[in-house]
Design a protein. Structure first.
Length: 106
């Protein structure tokens, strides 16, 4: 499985996107902190975090007895650059603006 496939798989699940949003709001959370925001078991939260780690979207660091989870935005940026950015070129933007003008949605 390619790195892009792992990222798309990780982002396909709403629970995992929610975990990324939590880490975006405040980085460096423990499993207990993240789990408290979810309506699932600790084991379920661990499984979701493992998928995010395998995709490189979450990195961890030990601090004493705690394992802290941090958001890594680089894989999302690479997806953006590869799959989204190329579709936002000037010509496409101009066509979109023209479409809105013609439809009266400006």
């Amino acid at each position: 499985m390619s790195d892009d496939d792992r990222v798309f798989k990780a982002l396909a699940d709403p629970t995992r996107r929610f975990l990324l949003d939590l880490l975006f709001a405040r980085d460096g959370r423990t499993l207990t902190e993240l789990e408290s925001e979810l309506e699932m078991t600790r084991y379920g939260a661990m499984k979701h975090l493992k998928v995010l780690e395998e995709a490189g979207l979450v990195v961890t660091r030990r601090s004493g007895r705690e394992k802290l989870h941090f958001l890594n935005p680089v894989p999302i940026r690479l997806i953006h650059d590869r799959w989204i950015d190329k579709y936002t070129e000037r010509q496409v933007s101009a066509l979109t603006e023209l479409k809105h003008e013609l439809e009266g949605n400006s």
